[in-house]
Structures are given as C-alpha cells and as structure tokens.
Design a binder for this molecule. Structure first.
Ligand SMILES: Cc1cc2nc3c(=O)[nH]c(=O)nc-3n(C[C@H](O)[C@H](O)[C@H](O)COP(=O)(O)OP(=O)(O)OC[C@H]3O[C@@H](n4cnc5c(N)ncnc54)[C@H](O)[C@@H]3O)c2cc1C
Ligand SMILES: *[C@@H]1O[C@H](CO)[C@@H](O)[C@H](O)[C@H]1NC(C)=O
Ligand SMILES: *[C@@H]1O[C@H](CO)[C@@H](O)[C@H](O)[C@H]1NC(C)=O
Length: 579
C-alpha cells in the first residue's frame, strides 16, 4: 500500500536526517506598497482563515520606548496589541483592532535583559526574551526553572499571558505564571502623569492576579521575575501499556511523579505513562528530551505525510489512517518519542538536566543555509495542518470524561485513528492558581490535534467524533479552553467559567480604561461576543451546528446528535439516512 511505503520512507529519512533547519518565517509581514502589515500565527492560518491586519508595526528595544509608545497611543487614541517574535498563540488574541489607527508592537528586539539573583533564586527578564535563552542562562548559573511548556518557541511575556504550562501537581505546579514573582507592566495614564506609567506588580497587589494571565489585554508586560530552584536533573521512562483503568490511575500517577503525564491513543487501547521525577544533580546522565514532534523534518517528508493524509481523507479510508497511526506509534516507542541518552536513545531511564528535559523545539534553529528541513507545520511548505483542541478540567470531573470517551471509542475504535496519527490525547496536570484567568482548582489538561482540510468548506473523515469529544469537554463537563489553542466553539460562555472573571474585568477597567489593548478579536474570545452563523460554520468549529447547512449537505454531512453525548450537535457523514 502506497501509504505504508511513505510511512516507512518517513521513518528512514527521519532516522538519518541532520539537524540543519530552515527557521520559521517571521509572523509579521509588511509588503511594500500595501500600506500595512499582516500578522500570522505559527501555522500561517487563523481560525477563521482571514488575515489579521495592522496599519503599522513598532519594534521597541527599551522600556523607555514602551512608555513613549503607550503615551503616544493614549494621546492619539490609537489601538495597540503586543506580539512576540514567535506568535505561537493559535487564536487571534494578538490581532489588533480593525482600522487604520491600530499598531502592532513586536517584542522581537526587546530581549536584552536577563538578570539572575542567585541568593534570592529569581530571574528577571525582558518580555521579549525567548524561553530557551532564559533557560540556558538560568542553567549556566546552576539553577533551574521548574515549569515550562513542552514547546520552547515562546517569549517570556507570551508564555505567561496565555497560561502556558507543562505538567505538574507538585510544588507551585506546571503552569509558568504560577512561578511569577513580579511583573512590570506599562499601561496608559492620565495626562498629568504623562499619558503612560509603569506598574510594579507583585503578590501584595490585587492587580497581580489579573496581570499574570492577561492575554495582552491590560498593557505591555515589560519585565517578568520568575522564581527558580537549585539546579536539578530529571529521570524519564515511558511505559507504553494498556489503557485499562486509565480513569482510575491518572490521579495517582500525577501524585506519584512530579512531572508525569499520560499520552492516550484510544484507537490502540494504549496509554503511555511518563514516569518523570526530579533526581539530584549528581545523578549520572546527560540526556535530552528532543520531542519528536518538535524536531525538524525534511520538507519532502512533511509534504508526503500531508499528501497521504489528504488522499486517505478523500478516499474516506479509515483503515489507512489506522495503519498510519500504528506505524507512527511504533516508531515513537522505538525512539522513546525523542528522548536521547546522549546522541540517540539507548535505553531507559533517560536522565538529564532540567534545562534539557522539560522543553524542546529543535526545528526552530538553523545551523546552516540548508533549506531542506523545517518544523513539520511550516506554512510555506504544504506540510502538516491541524486543529488543536485543549480542554482543562477540574480533576474530579476528568474520570467521567475518560469513561465517556471510552464509550465513544468502543463504538468503533478506528474512529480515533485520526487523532492517534498526531499525539493521541495528551493528558497533563496543572495546580490551582490565584490568577483570575488561571485554574482555581487542581486541574487536568487534555490536548489533541487532528487533520484540518485545505479549505474551510471541505468536511473531514470522522469529524463528528472529534466534535463530540470537543462538545463533551466544553459543554457537558464545563471544561475551560487553553487560551492559546482551540477552535472558536471552545470559547463559548468562557466568561461564566471563571470565578475570577469579574476580578479580571475590574482590573482591566483600572489599567486600561479606554480599552486601548482590546480588539474585536480578543473581545470575541474573552467575552463570547457575536455568534457566527454561516453555511458550513460547523466544519471548522466556528459554530456548533444547529441546521444541516452549518455542515455540508452537498457532501453528505448533516447536523446530527452525538452518539454518546446525545446533546452534542455534530456534522456527520450520513448521506443515505433521511434528514
Ligand atoms: C507547536 C506549539 C506547541 C505548543 N506547546 C505548548 C505546551 O506544551 N503548553 C502550553 O501551555 N502551550 C503550548 N503552546 C502554546 C504557547 O505556549 C502559547 O501560545 C504562548 O503564549 C506562545 O507564546 P508567544 O511568545 O508566541 O506569545 P504570542 O503568541 O506572541 O502572544 C500571546 C499573547 O500574549 C500577548 N503578549 C505577548 N507578549 C506580550 C507582552 N510583552 N505584553 C503584553 N502582552 C503580550 C499577546 O498579545 C497575545 O495575546 C504551543 C504552541 C505551539 C504552536
Ligand atoms: C485605511 O486606509 C486605506 C488606505 O488609505 C483605505 O483604503 C481604507 O478605507 C482605510 N480603512 C479604514 C477602516 O479607515
Ligand atoms: C507499566 O505499566 C503496567 C500497568 O500499570 C505495569 O504493570 C508495569 O509494571 C509497568 N512497567 C514498568 C516498566 O514500570
């Protein structure tokens, strides 16, 4: 079978591929003659597939410049939005208001300061500093940052703004913002204060709980101080095992292993438990976690993987997807999903320093002019293209969610092969937080990626199953969306899901009374403004379907009830049944 050949080729090439890479494209483009700029996320396509435009972009390098930018904007009633050089947030939070008076501020060059206080165990960095630069400096000083997302292509300001996280219920937990000690933020001010000012926020200040996860809507984060610990190593082992009892073991797993997570491949009845514990610096081992999904791939491989998926979609070949998922999982097991004892994986446990084990993203770096390798999703190459659904549950509700997903899976396990081609359902843990837009109780985060079609009007294989899981999470179990991921439907009624929401709005009114840092895009996500209703809106998660025309009747996709969660309304391929 052609797809199997391609998959085999994929592994072979991956095995021998070098580490040279073509770095991601800059997210901001200002083509000459257009009189404006566009902003893209890292996948090159926003949820609504529409461009994000700004009239102008500024690249400040100092805090003084931040003050004058905000003062000038306040004086002239301009709209502002901040974005990092990565722009890795998938929803349109960083998109400035429509019109000719909105300015984008890039923190790309605001990245000179990283100051470590060894005795206080803190690091203070400019908001544009990349997570990797921060971690390297911290580790060089013999210290470690405990929490970070798995992906390192983020800035210090961006990573805390969206509540980004790794996985831990221990100590301060897995979310980066819960390790923040201080934030300096530049906000608009009255004329007699010079139209802008710096707020120095810490735990003694009420506004701090708003500033920690603020989605770019309060002001410009200038500097962030994070708490550190003495340097340590980690010991990681993956246990590929049966998913029986997953609903009963996830809690004890999180309690037993400081950085534990679980990758669940429902179609294969497989759960991969990550036993991941802190070990002393003196433990032998110099390993790296070079997560497979974030390594660079030959462009030809990314393209053929995409082409295979596209072909299987078109032929409605579910078994082909299952074969693809099986090969990928087999390969991941073989190479420990990118864990390396030194240059390659030679056996468990893999032990290495925190700075090399928590976060990765080797596809970000270019070591030559070679342009054969990129991140697999690079928007220039017709490579991987997928949705990213991330739901955050109070821990006590997660058991029933797993049981529901298992029921849905048991109706036909093959329906889940599409997600298992990616990373299955990745289950991670974050601790209760005082951030208004963070999690108020110990929580479980589940992430899953799945095929996105080239066109927003093309329906997808088994899309009803993904939609049912999505609606189970956000509607039945009241899960909250990860702010930096998800399709629009996940943000429905989000303002009612946070006890701290009013506190956040009150702080916003104080810090940015004229809503200078708001746009219709961020308002829509944060306050659930204006529902959309157009033909096909259910296909891309822009709406939950309520009529057949929200799906794709001409292609045989009709709006139907869920199979397990009956209240769900999903677009299902059901051409023969009467409407
Ligand atoms: C491949 C990939 C893997 C990922 N893995 C994870 C993961 O493991 N865990 C996880 O939690 N998340 C993950 N994410 C999401 C990512 O962590 C977040 O999107 C993060 O916010 C991106 O940081 P950034 O610097 O690119 O921020 P941007 O996308 O540039 O900005 C994010 C938000 O913060 C605002 N902002 C940025 N800088 C400032 C500033 N200086 N002042 C005020 N506001 C600011 C922006 O306006 C925007 O609202 C992943 C994303 C991708 C694409
Ligand atoms: C912005 O400016 C362009 C070019 O000057 C103009 O065509 C457009 O109508 C303006 N848009 C708004 C919303 O003012
Ligand atoms: C893997 O998990 C299974 C099921 O929990 C357990 O029986 C087995 O001992 C584990 N293997 C290792 C190497 O820990």
């Amino acid at each position: 079978m052609a797809s199997t050949t391609i998959v085999v080729l994929f592994f072979l090439i991956l095995w021998v591929s070098t580490t040279t890479a073509y770095p991601p494209p800059p997210p901001i483009q200002c083509p000459a003659g257009t009189g404006g700029c566009t902003l893209q996320n890292s996948y090159g396509v926003w949820g609504d597939r529409k461009d994000c435009r700004a009239s102008n972009v500024i690249y400040p390098t100092t805090q003084q410049q931040l003050l004058s930018i905000v003062a000038n904007a306040a004086k002239n009633k301009l709209k502002l939005k901040v974005v990092s050089k990565f722009s890795h947030t998938i929803p349109k939070f960083a998109c400035p208001a429509d019109g000719n008076s909105s300015v984008l501020i890039s923190t790309q060059n605001y990245n000179s300061g990283i100051d470590i206080d060894v005795s206080a165990l803190t690091v203070t960095a400019d908001a544009g500093v990349s997570l990797r630069d921060l971690i390297n400096k911290v580790e060089d000083a013999g210290l470690s940052l405990v929490a970070a997302p798995y992906w390192e292509g983020v800035s210090v300001g961006g990573v805390i703004s969206t509540g980004a996280h790794g996985s831990s219920w221990w100590g301060k937990g897995g979310a980066v913002h819960d390790h923040v000690m201080k934030i300096d933020m530049v906000v608009p001010a009255k004329e007699n204060e010079g139209f802008s000012k710096i707020l120095h926020l810490d735990a003694k200040n009420q506004l701090f709980n708003a500033a920690k996860v603020s989605l770019g809507t309060l002001g410009i984060i200038s500097k962030v101080t994070l708490s550190l610990v003495k340097g340590f190593k980690r010991s990681i082992t993956f246990n590929f095992t049966d998913d029986g009892g997953l609903e009963d073991s996830f809690m004890s797993h999180a309690k037993a292993h400081e950085f534990g997570d679980i990758t669940w491949y429902p179609s294969k009845h497989t759960a991969v438990y990550r036993y991941d514990d802190r070990v002393p610096m003196t433990t032998k081992g110099d390993g790296t976690n070079d997560f497979l999904g974030f390594q660079s791939n030959l462009i030809v491989v990314s393209k053929s993987t995409r082409a295979t998926e596209r072909k299987l979609e078109k032929a409605k070949n579910i078994k082909g997807k299952c074969a693809m998922a099986s090969s990928f999982i087999t390969y991941k097991k073989l190479i420990a999903n990118g864990l390396k004892n030194n240059l390659i994986f030679t056996g468990y446990p893999v032990i290495g320093r925190q700075g090399k084990m928590q976060t990765s993203g080797s596809c970000l770096y270019s070591s030559s002019k070679d342009i054969a390798n990129t991140c697999a999703w690079d928007p220039r190459i017709d490579g991987l293209f997928f949705y990213e659904t991330t739901a955050i549950f109070p821990a006590r509700k997660f058991r029933d969610f797993i049981l529901d997903v298992k029921k849905l899976r048991d109706l036909n396990p093959d329906n889940f092969c599409g997600v298992d081609i990616y990373n299955g359902l990745l289950i991670r843990f974050i601790k209760a937080s005082t951030a208004y837009l963070g999690q108020s109780t110990d929580s479980v985060v589940v992430d899953f990626n799945y095929y996105r079609a080239d066109s927003g009007t093309t329906p997808r294989l088994n899309q009803d199953v993904m939609e049912e899981v999505e609606q189970m999470a956000f509607l039945k179990y009241g899960a909250r969306p990860h702010w930096a991921k998800n399709r629009k439907v996940a943000f429905s009624k989000v303002e009612k899901k946070y006890e701290g929401f009013n506190g956040f709005v009150a702080a916003k009114t104080k810090m940015d009374p004229e809503n200078m840092f708001s746009s219709e895009w961020s308002d829509e996500l944060l306050f659930g403004k204006k529902g959309v209703d157009f033909d096909g809106c259910g296909l891309e998660g822009e709406c939950v379907c309520s009529e057949h025309r929200h799906c794709s009747p001409t292609n045989g996709y009709f709006c139907r009830s869920g199979l397990v969660y009956k209240e769900a309304r999903v677009c299902r391929y059901s051409p023969s049944s009467l409407t």
